[in-house]
Write a protein that binds this ligand. Structure first.
Ligand SMILES: [Zn+2]
Length: 155
């Protein structure tokens, strides 16, 4: 039975009376808890609603693509520090290749930040998540293509 005057703490304690639930912080069994705080680690506790089947594909694709770009970026960074900037054509494709090198190096911190920002990313609606993942994938593929073409085919 639900009662509008019941506190969230009372709901939590009721819920934990019949269930073996582990503390999310320390893993202590919270069955028969008397107050909304873990007796083992002292973490404050509350009931929450979560999504049963989270939509993770776009985030996984985006992080995967960014870490791949970051891997190439680290290689480029090592190359630039030891060999200097590679000779690029003076035409527009050389400028694009230069931009691609900077993009791949910038992907190193961006990949780390994106990996850490899963929750804010998942708060975007699915269409925006897919668009972001698609944009990052296309830009990364474009950069890799231009750079590969400039460094390995034009030379
Ligand atoms: Zn605990």
């Amino acid at each position: 039975m639900t009662d509008a005057n019941r506190t969230p703490e009372a709901e939590l304690l009721d819920y934990l009376q019949q269930r073996d639930v582990k503390c999310p912080t320390c893993g202590y069994n919270l069955r028969d808890l008397r107050r909304a705080r873990c007796p083992e680690c002292g973490s404050g506790l509350g009931l929450t609603v979560s999504v049963v089947d989270p939509f993770l594909s776009a985030w996984v694709v985006m992080v995967g693509v960014l870490f791949s770009a970051a891997g190439v970026g680290m290689f480029m960074l090592a190359y630039l520090t030891s060999m200097g900037f590679p000779p690029l054509p003076r035409s527009w494709i050389g400028k694009f290749a230069q931009g691609a090198i900077f993009y791949l190096i910038a992907a190193i911190p961006v990949a780390l930040v994106t990996a850490l920002c899963r929750r804010p990313f998942l708060r975007l609606n699915h269409l925006r998540q897919i668009r972001a993942a698609l944009l990052v994938t296309l830009v990364t593929l474009g950069c890799a293509g231009i750079l590969g073409y400039t460094l390995f085919i034009l030379r």
